[in-house]
Design a protein around this ligand. Structure first.
Ligand code: PLP
Length: 435
């Protein structure tokens, strides 16, 4: 484990077993945990987490791609505390500079005319609003989203989410799911333009010929770190625009410097009409946002529309601090440099171990898919659980996902170092060598 000069304060709270018992009795049974014996995380510092006994873990999941500057970054903590001591909440009916300052800073990170910000509390809320805006602006109902994508879990966004494991059988109308341009498992391999033809087919055969919009992640996160086939997004955007629709970039995971560019969509050479974000923008403080053009934002003036906590000054103070830390510590560059190094090292595992079927992703949003048969791409569902468990015992926490649950998701805080990358790959390699 790389050296790290920090000792967390002694923990005096209840032990893991007691928390687990409370969780079983009082928290929703839908909540699950990764490990046979769940760990009780009581402290965090930079890219590390600490359990109740002070044991240190390298956090390579980053609170599901949420902790971008590192745990408890002092600049973010002090911005939040400072704001807490001034005003914690008033209402959007009054003015407060913390909200306007962050909106201005966010707009400065956007291309084109994307400059009007609406704050929410989560990614789901941001996407709900984006879908509604597209429908209001175009006067159409039909939305196109990509199979295997994840966009949230409220009524509208669950419709756009396209994986059965994340969908309940409740009304989710008006969404059509197009082929996933997945270079590894998709029917057209890496030919992005072929997949994009399915968008036109959906419009031709499933709608009136006009659509409200299209929503897509730049790299699918929950879906198993799937990079969209090259050429796909520009072709899909052009098809949607011809059908009168708006293009929504869901940057909830891929935004805020994670992929090595500030926004994931930049690497596809497209400019969306609406951008949604959450997770990394508050470094773990609940905050989401929708950014769009003044013309599209105008649709919200047709009725009264607001959000009690969205744009809370404590959260936006955190957001502004996060932006400043990304700049000051060159975290975008670090995501690119360390991410490229880590990807190379993960690819070396593919050369050595048959179980590794694919390595993909950009920056510090990387995936490694385990399969028991490379030709058939049979998901190694039990093997991945074993490897994760062993890695945890060695002090490395990674995520897992994908439709079959056989993909490692590596989305650490963006202050991850090359030494961390080596430690992660060595721990994974050691475990794979024993399989
Ligand atoms: N969009 C994407 C790409 C996500 O990964 C997620 C959550 O994982 C969401 C939207 C929903 O965000 P939240 O869980 O904050 O509602």
């Amino acid at each position: 484990m790389p050296a790290f000069d920090y000792t967390p304060p002694p923990y005096s709270g209840p032990p893991a077993a007691e928390i687990l018992a409370k969780r079983k009795e009082f928290l929703s049974p839908s909540l699950f945990h990764f490990y046979k014996k769940p760990i009780n995380i009581v402290d965090g510092k930079k890219q590390y987490l600490f359990d109740e006994e002070g044991r240190r873990y390298l956090d390579a999941f980053g609170g599901i791609a949420t902790v971008c500057c590192g745990h408890c970054h002092p600049d973010v903590v002090s911005a939040v505390v400072k704001q807490m001591n001034r005003i914690q909440h008033s209402t959007v009916l009054y003015l407060n500079h913390a909200i306007a300052d962050f909106a201005e800073a966010l707009a400065s990170k956007m291309p084109g005319d994307l400059k009007v910000v609406f704050f929410t509390n989560s990614g789901t809320e941001a996407n709900e609003l984006a879908l509604m805006m597209a429908r209001l602006y175009t006067g159409c109902q039909d939305i196109i989203s990509i199979r295997n994508g994840y966009h949230g879990n409220a009524a509208g966004t669950m419709g756009a989410t396209a994986q059965s494991i994340w969908k309940f059988n409740v009304v989710q109308s008006g969404v059509h799911h197009t082929l996933n341009p997945d270079p590894y498992r998709g029917v057209f391999g890496s030919d992005g333009e072929k997949y994009a033809k399915d968008v036109q087919d959906l419009i031709n055969f499933g709608t009136s010929g006009h659509v409200a919009g299209f929503i897509s992640e730049a790299i699918q996160g929950v879906g198993g770190i799937i990079e969209l086939a090259p050429g796909y997004l520009p072709a899909a955007y052009s098809t949607i625009k011809k059908a009168g629709g708006l293009c929504i970039a869901d940057e909830v995971q891929s935004g805020f410097a994670r992929t090595g560019s500030f926004w994931g969509f930049e690497s596809h050479g497209v400019v969306p009409d609406i951008v949604t974000m959450a997770k990394g923008i508050g470094n773990g403080i609940p905050l989401g946002a929708v950014v769009t053009t003044p013309e599209i934002a105008e649709v919200l003036t047709r009725r009264s529309y607001f959000n009690t906590f969205g744009g809370n000054p404590v959260c936006t103070a955190a957001g502004l601090a996060v932006l400043n830390v990304i700049e000051k510590e060159k975290l975008q560059e670090n995501a690119h440099v360390v991410g490229s190094y880590l990807k190379e090292r993960l690819l070396s595992l593919k050369d050595k171990y048959e179980l590794v079927g694919d390595v993909r992703g950009r920056g510090l949003m990387l995936g490694l898919e385990l399969v028991t048969d490379r030709k058939l791409k049979t998901p190694a569902k039990t093997e991945i659980v074993h490897v994760m468990e062993q890695m945890k015992d060695m002090g490395v926490l990674v995520g897992k996902g994908g439709y079959y649950g056989n993909v490692f998701r590596i989305t650490p805080p963006l202050c991850f170092t090359k030494e961390d990358a080596d430690f992660l790959v060595d721990a994974m390699g050691y475990t794979l060598s024993k399989m």
